[in-house]
Structures are given as structure tokens and as C-alpha cells.
Design a protein around this ligand. Sequence first.
Ligand SMILES: Cc1cc2nc3c(=O)[nH]c(=O)nc-3n(C[C@H](O)[C@H](O)[C@H](O)COP(=O)(O)OP(=O)(O)OC[C@H]3O[C@@H](n4cnc5c(N)ncnc54)[C@H](O)[C@@H]3O)c2cc1C
Length: 304
Amino acid sequence: MVTRTALLYLSRQHRLKNVLSGMPGFKQITRRFIAGENIDDALEAIRELNAMGITASFDHLGESISSEAEAEADVREYLHVLDRIGETGVDSNVSVKPTQLGLDIDESLCLGNIRRIVEAAKAKNNFVRIDMEDSSKTDATLRIFFKLRKEFENVGIVLQSYLYRTARDLEAVLAAGGRVRLCKGAYDEPESAAFPKKSDVDANFISLMKTLLKSGIYHGIATHDEAMIRATREFAETEKIPRETYEFQMLFGIRRDLQVGLAKAGFRMRTYVPYGEYWYPYFMRRLAERPANIWFVVRSLFRG
Ligand SMILES: Cc1cc2nc3c(=O)[nH]c(=O)nc-3n(C[C@H](O)[C@H](O)[C@H](O)COP(=O)(O)OP(=O)(O)OC[C@H]3O[C@@H](n4cnc5c(N)ncnc54)[C@H](O)[C@@H]3O)c2cc1C
């Protein structure tokens, strides 16, 4: 727990990125979790996944930007990604982060930016998932989602089972006909906002998963936790909920065995594929989720 908190603290210390980036071989290490630096790298990874019966979601790495120009560059990147998905025919949607598209500058700027991406995706019969960041952004992110949901069918949201508020938010999202990606939550949250105990986060995940599966709306169950996956499969079987009405989701490079296994067993499986140069906070959150990953980094560095 202390290690997780420390790593999440370091994920916000951008000077460390410069130190790590300067270390020989570090780029290679990030490739464990990140498909590469540009769209072509991500496309290559997605083609491999598609060949195994796994769909994808493009994530252009970026968050907490502080200028309109950076947000505009990210909008253009996503418009380009949607074009490339259309041209290449890969089976993938896109995931965006509100603070990558200007949420810290101005909420209406961010809304307008995400709207442009959702509009372009609609024209291409594609789908945009709005990622959920730390709990200081939840209200604004949901406001943006609800506004867009009134205009568009092809937009979905992420909800996190570690937050106390999520059961209530889920009711409102379902009432709006919203599609949800359910995950546990990856940020450092105070006890006033999130369950401190993993067992409570897991119990909430299972309870939310059941509500999602019974809603009649297509949702994503995003986890690498075998207990959560088993609970989902068992619930779907007992309730006779067809496999085509929901999907499992996992992150690039994590539990590939489970990803391939679920796809082979006939479940819908989607992998989130991050790419880009702004890898640092994403990479550090992946280390925080499983401190044993630090040993992988240390071993790789010593191996040179
Ligand atoms: C598709 C997808 C999208 C996501 N989007 C968001 C989002 O928008 N907002 C948000 O806050 N979080 C997001 N997350 C992250 C999520 O909240 C969790 O932090 C992360 O998935 C780890 O939780 P877990 O459910 O896998 O369970 P855990 O209990 O953390 O892990 C269960 C098991 O999974 C494996 N595992 C988990 N993480 C790792 C890792 N980093 N490296 C190696 N093995 C690992 C280990 O075997 C571990 O024992 C997303 C996750 C996925 C899969």
C-alpha cells in the first residue's frame, strides 16, 4: 500500500521522467506497457490483437495539458487516428482523457474538443470512450458525458469501483442510456472519496458489474483480476446473459494469457492500446498497480 502511494506520488513528479528517459534502455522497458511512439506502432499492435480475435481501443497518451494548443494537437491526433482506423479497417475504437483535451483549462473547451472527436467518430460509425481520471475530475467529466450523451449514441464513460459515489453515478448514467467501462480505479484517492480496502473495492466491483450486466445496455468489464472475471462469467451464466451483450477489457501488455484465453473461449475481448511520447504517468500507474513490476524494471535495467 505504501509502495502504491509512493509510486502514484512519483507519477505526478514530471522531473523524474527526464531522469528515467535519459537512462539507456528505458524506452525498451516502457514497451512492456506501451505500444510505441506513433500511430503506426499502435496499428501494428492492434493488427496482431485483431488477428487473435481481440478488438482494441486507441489511447494517445497525454493528460493534464495546460495550453489550448496542446489540446488542439490532441484533437487532431484523434481525428487522424479515426481516419487511419477507417483506412486500414482495424477493429478499434478510441479512448480519450478529459485533461488531455483541456479540462484543466476550461470545461467548455474540453466539451467542445471531445464533441469534435465524437462527431467525427459518428461519421465513421465508431465509438469514443471517455476515460475517468482522479476524483477531483469526476463531476466535470460526468457533466461533459451527460451533455454529449444527449446528442450522441456513440459515446461512453468509465466508472471506478473504488469510489463511494459510483453506485449513485451508475444509476444516473444508466438512466441516460450510457455505456460504461467498469474498472477499479488507478489514482491515489483520499479515504474520504474511495474505499481504502481492496476487499471493499472488489465487492463494489462485483455489485456494479451485476447492475451493468442486467441493464440491457452494452458495457465493458475492465479488469485483469481473475476473481472479477470469474464472478462476471458466473453471473452472466446464471442470469442467461448472452456473451455478445458485454465485453471484457484489459490493458496492453498485461495478462496477455487471459486476454487470448477469453477470446479463444468465445468472449468479447478488447485491449486498450496506449501509444505516444507522453508515457510517464501512465507507465508509473502500471507500476503502482503491481509493485512486483518494479523488479521487472530493475532487472531489465541491469541486463542493459
Ligand atoms: C481497459 C482498461 C481501461 C482502464 N481505464 C481506466 C480509467 O479510465 N480510469 C482509471 O482510473 N483506471 C482505468 N483502468 C485501470 C484500472 O482502474 C485498474 O487500475 C487496473 O485495471 C488494475 O486493476 P485490476 O482490475 O486489474 O485488479 P487488481 O486487483 O489491481 O489486479 C488483479 C491482478 O491483475 C494483474 N495486474 C493488474 N495490474 C497489473 C499491472 N499493472 N501489471 C501487471 N499485472 C497487473 C495482476 O496479476 C493482479 O494480481 C483501466 C483498466 C483497463 C483494463
